[in-house]
Write a protein that binds this ligand. Structure first.
Ligand code: FE2
Length: 379
């Protein structure tokens, strides 16, 4: 069992945010309020094609704020992309950043902000509280309901040379404001809705069992689990339903508030390692690992896992089995082998996961060979 007291010292950091239909169109007003004259608008080609970057650009123009678009961002954003964004930010003499998109453009935008203000390579900030100079003002507009980069103090960047993801954790990465609008979610394809939803569920579960959890994070984690498990299956069937999309966005918000403050665990440590080595979709990695980590962790936080299980599903099965059934019902049925992971890569994957900062708050500390066995269960 986790030995902790409700009296343990804990802090809680959250950005200002506005939720509701039409929030996206407030981008220009807030950019002006923050004194932005020329903005770097960070997005990606998919979000541009769906029209959301243009909607934000129109809002900026209406408010009299000029901008330069930077959309050279891939999924699992690379350190080189962050540094190219920093060059664009400085060359265009920007004094603020607005980002519209999923976790990748948002994390890239956060990276561009601190790389610009500190004039250093993004990889220099790996770890916790290693950003000396605050970033320029940042407005986040998420178009997925999963990464929670719009509320968290995290940015995950891929180090291409070492083929691994680095985690940057700093209060300077908390946006100045996030505009949470359900409408952009309606253009997400089914797979992205599923994968980002499973990321939300993983954030909430890992934050709830984290050994840095607190009464404040527990409330948000449990509400996120309730919202995402009830709204996600319906949102997939009715992708244009704004109420359902908003419920998934709220779930992501609650999960983000929980994990930004309680941190994560072995699921994310192992998913970061997989995503760095194989460039796989982050939410899909979590979906394939979550139930196996829950089973391995169960004895260390059984009361908490039972509470999670009671929210996820009815019946006598274990919490891990209930999460597995939820995943299968969403159509996520592949194995790591089918996702292209090679069995002989497991020792290196486990070693990277062992050293990931998310492992520190897992309710138990698995040895490398145990992490290898968890990967094997997902094969
Ligand atoms: Fe995540």
């Amino acid at each position: 069992m986790i030995q902790r007291s409700q009296l343990d010292l804990r802090k809680f950091v959250a950005p200002e945010f506005i939720c509701g239909h039409g929030a996206l169109r407030l981008a220009g007003r807030y950019a002006r309020n923050f004194g932005m004259r020329h903005v770097l608008l960070v997005t990606d080609p998919g979000v541009r094609a769906a029209g959301w970057a243009e909607a934000v650009a129109d809002s900026l123009t209406e408010a009299g704020v000029s901008f330069t678009v930077f959309d050279a961002v891939s999924s699992n954003p690379r350190s080189r992309q962050v540094m190219a964004g920093k060059e664009a930010y400085l060359a265009e003499e920007c004094n603020g950043i607005v980002t519209v998109g999923g976790g990748s453009p948002m994390d890239c935008a956060k990276g561009i902000g601190i790389a610009s203000s500190n004039m250093r390579d993004i990889l220099a900030f790996e770890g916790v509280d290693r950003v000396p100079v605050p970033a320029p003002p940042l407005i986040c507009i998420p178009t997925t309901a999963g990464s929670s980069a719009d509320v968290s103090q995290f940015a995950i960047i891929t180090d291409e040379e070492r083929k691994r993801k680095i985690a940057i954790v700093s209060k300077t990465l908390v946006p100045d404001i996030s505009l949470l609008d359900p409408e952009p979610l309606t253009t997400m394809p089914r797979e992205l809705t599923v994968d980002t939803g499973m990321d939300t569920l993983s954030h909430a579960i890992e934050a709830y069992v984290s050994n840095a959890s607190s009464p404040m994070t527990d409330v948000h984690a449990l509400e996120a689990i309730r919202l995402i498990t009830s709204a996600l299956p319906a949102a997939i069937e009715e992708p244009d339903d704004l109420d359902l999309r908003f419920s998934t966005l709220l779930a992501s918000l609650h999960a983000g508030l929980a994990f930004s403050n309680a941190s994560l665990g072995a699921v994310h440590a192992m998913a970061h390692s997989l995503g760095g080595a194989y460039d796989l979709v982050h939410g899909r990695c979590n979906a394939l690992l979550l139930e196996h980590v829950m089973a391995a962790n169960y004895e260390a936080a059984s009361d908490r896992y039972e509470r999670i299980g009671a929210i996820v599903g009815r019946g006598e099965s274990t919490p891990a089995e209930k999460v597995a059934a939820f995943r299968r019902a969403l159509g996520v049925t592949e194995t790591l082998a089918e996702a292209g992971v090679r069995e002989d890569a497991i020792p290196a994957l486990a070693a990277a996961a062992y050293n990931d900062p998310c492992m520190v708050t897992n309710p138990r500390s698995p040895a490398c060979d145990e992490i290898e066995r968890i990967y094997m269960h997902a094969f």
